[in-house]
Design a protein around this ligand. Structure first.
Ligand code: PMV
Length: 332
């Protein structure tokens, strides 16, 4: 069977950076996010006898078997084949409508779309909770892209990792004027992938314990602020949490510094706008792009101001988005 699914990226409002169990892919702390409409991956999966090996094409490029991208897809297909008790190989064709692997959480939307489409193509019907756990194995943040609107990925406490999945905090309708402005400062793929970077931080950052204990409290507080729609406190907490995560990355050996001149330019402009009374806050994942958290009423002014910055190449305006869904139009 051939199935095509779409899934959206998400931006962590409070982040995860570090796996506690490398095999189960469970995190040291819980994290929260908003799924983003407008940053989308579309993936078609077909399991069939005609394929003599798995084939993976992303944005028109076929990946060889020795690439990380191919291995990631194959690992995810292996999990699904295991659950379906199938030995069939698959062809996977995928496209992103935003820069791949440069801190726009393409791994989140990519792994969520792949897990969703591949399970259905293998004839399996999973609950959202189950799909979130399977997505987690491919990319931690993908576990949250299974959820519409606002999500928390519970770190869980069970030894088998079975309670580490994402759950909805609130749907899109809860906060219709919530916006994220994705400021693209570079379209180059990042040098250090999150998976490798965070593993190094766990081992070497002297502030790792401070990071994850603070981040756990931040995640629980974020749930409360989302439910209360306390925008100012939410923005401040997201910003503070982002800075601590990057401090942890920066204090890793060797250092992981995702921020570029463009990143700093946006950060400083956001600080100036805050001083002028604007309610806008920044957050940054594993890459140079800056996501500005704001409300719809401030979008025109913020776009005007941020687009004046010479290192900002593009601004992507995102609303809270849906979870994965099946679509009829296939990519092959
Ligand atoms: O989804 P992963 O395992 O590649 O890790 C992503 C980590 C961050 O995006 C930096 C933070 C987060 O919580 O999304």
């Amino acid at each position: 069977m051939k199935v095509t699914a779409k899934a959206n990226a998400n931006i962590a409002l409070t982040k995860y950076w570090g796996k506690k169990d490398a095999a189960l892919k469970t995190p040291w702390n819980s994290s929260t996010s908003v799924t983003l409409e407008g940053l989308e991956t579309t993936t078609t999966v077909e399991f069939d006898k005609q394929y003599k090996k798995d084939v993976f094409v992303l944005d028109g490029k076929e990946y060889a078997e020795d690439t990380d991208e191919y291995k990631e897809v194959k690992e995810q297909l292996d999990i699904i084949r295991g659950k379906a008790k199938s030995k069939l190989f698959a062809k996977v064709v995928s496209k992103n409508d935003f820069p791949t692997a440069a801190g726009f959480a393409s791994s989140a939307s990519g792994l969520a779309a792949l897990t969703f489409a591949a399970s259905k193509a293998a004839g399996l019907e999973f609950s959202v909770e189950e799909l979130s756990k399977i997505s987690r194995m491919g990319s931690g943040s993908a576990s949250r892209s299974l959820i519409e609107g606002f999500a928390i990925w519970h770190k869980g406490s069970r030894a088998d990792g079975d309670d580490s999945f994402a759950e909805q905090i609130a749907p899109i309708s809860h906060w219709l004027d919530f916006r994220i402005l994705g400021c693209v400062t570079s379209k180059k793929a990042k040098k250090v992938k999150s998976r490798a970077g965070m593993a190094q931080s766990v081992k070497t950052s002297p502030i790792f314990e401070t990071w994850y204990t603070t981040a756990e409290k931040d995640a629980q507080q974020m749930v409360k602020l989302i439910k209360e729609k306390n925008f100012e406190a939410l923005g401040q907490l997201a910003q503070k949490n982002c800075i601590l995560m990057h401090a942890c990355a920066m204090t890793t050996t060797p250092p992981i510094i995702y921020w570029t001149d463009g990143t700093m330019q946006v950060i400083h402009r956001v600080f100036e706008l805050q001083d002028e009374g604007m309610k806008a806050y920044f957050t940054i994942d594993g890459g140079p792009q800056v996501k500005v958290i704001c409300l719809e009423k401030d979008v025109p002014k913020l776009k005007e101001e941020l687009s004046k910055l010479d290192l900002v190449q593009e601004i992507i305006d995102c609303k809270p988005g849906k979870g994965p869904r099946v679509v009829k139009e296939h990519l092959f």
